[in-house]
Design a protein around this ligand. Structure first.
Ligand SMILES: NC(=O)c1ccc[n+]([C@@H]2O[C@H](COP(=O)([O-])OP(=O)(O)OC[C@H]3O[C@@H](n4cnc5c(N)ncnc54)[C@H](OP(=O)(O)O)[C@@H]3O)[C@@H](O)[C@H]2O)c1
Length: 322
């Protein structure tokens, strides 16, 4: 097991250094087609979580600049309002709205979902971007480990509760979940709240991001007749407030080599704009292309068999209707 873990970290480090940095983006962008991003999406409603900062902000701005109606879901009203007015000013699009919701709370997500549903707007694109890497083990007032609460349970609850509105926009609707290449270092595990061993925030984050990829795969299969496309993606390594806060030494050692938030959000916006026939539901994307979900010899692929049991647990934690 020690050798396997060492191999996963080494393979991830090498693959990441070659692909996830700014140089990787510049290299991959030689194959990008400019016309892919020239699509206008007036009249499409996009919900972006964690839209006041970093990659979420850049994604919301990128969608607003192409005419979408954007609902920015942020946990803090002041930060949300500031970001909202910046996006309205930079894009000239006034159809940008703030929704306040703490994604670490199932109850808050439920009240957001019920008040949002009363607007009766079809949701064409849901971007599950809100996320964090908290290095210390903290528990939410609802009793869940914080990384898990936001990255996994929040993403799960939000997506499940938005399904009726996504269905209203079908067959055009998409769910784009911002995962991370960090998931390459971990198989899927059923120890969702990291209670089985000494807490390691980086490993918990990797496990959470692996769950997002497996969840996306499962949603694509389970809801294939609903006309909704499900995609997970990796933004690459981008210099954001989140990285500065959670990984200060990583940020320092990669100084000048990290992507901008816009470069990180590029594939989110690309996925939102492309016709669904061009995309593979359930797939993992990176730099506008389908990417592997597992690194060679990393021994993580069989673990996806556990996703049904993970979903059962999430479903009962969120106390959703059967
Ligand atoms: N940057 C990278 O290199 C990188 C690499 C791989 C994956 N990602 C993923 O990209 C996504 C965005 O991260 P980022 O780097 O842009 O970090 P960021 O600048 O910290 O942005 C994270 C966003 O999520 C929000 N958020 C956190 N906890 C929340 C909660 N409880 N309820 C509602 N919103 C919450 C934050 O709100 P506040 O501003 O209020 O905290 C912020 O708007 C995350 O899912 C992250 O895992 C990033």
């Amino acid at each position: 097991m020690f050798l396997l873990k060492t191999w996963r970290s080494t393979a991830f480090g090498i693959y990441g250094y070659m692909n996830f940095t700014k140089n990787g983006f510049l290299d991959h962008s030689k194959k990008f087609k400019p016309e892919d991003m020239q699509i206008q999406i007036q009249g499409k409603n996009c919900v972006v979580t964690g839209a006041n900062s970093g990659i979420g902000y850049a994604a919301a701005e990128g969608l607003a600049s192409r005419g979408a109606t954007v609902y920015m879901v942020c946990r803090n009203k002041e930060r949300g309002e500031e970001a909202l007015s910046k996006i309205q000013n930079s894009t000239g699009n006034q159809n940008v709205y703030l929704e306040v919701c703490d994604l670490s709370s199932v109850n808050d997500i439920k009240s957001f979902a019920s008040s949002f549903a009363s607007k009766d707007v079809p949701v064409h694109v849901l971007v599950n971007n809100a996320g964090l890497l908290e290095n210390k083990r903290t528990t939410t007032p609802e009793g869940f480990e914080l990384n898990f609460a936001v990255n996994v349970l929040g993403t799960y609850t939000m997506t499940e509760l938005m399904l009726p509105l996504l269905e209203k926009a079908s067959p055009d609707s998409k769910v784009i979940t911002v995962s991370s290449g960090g998931m390459y270092t971990s198989p899927l595990t059923t120890d969702l709240q990291f209670s089985g061993e000494k807490f390691d925030g980086v490993l918990q984050y990797a496990r959470n991001k692996r769950i997002q990829v497996a969840l996306t795969e499962k949603w694509a299969e389970k809801y294939k007749n609903k006309g909704i496309g499900f995609y997970s993606m990796h933004p690459g390594w981008a210099e954001t407030p989140g990285v500065a806060r959670s990984l200060p030494s990583f940020k320092e050692s990669f100084s000048g080599k990290l992507r901008t938030s816009e470069e990180g959000a590029d594939t989110v916006v690309w996925l939102a704009l492309q016709p669904k026939e061009k995309l593979v539901s359930g797939a993992f994307y990176f730099d506008r292309a389908e990417a592997p979900k597992h690194l060679t010899l990393a021994g993580t692929s069989k673990s996806h068999d556990l996703i049904d049991s993970v979903i059962d647990t999430l479903h009962s934690m969120a106390a959703l209707d059967p």
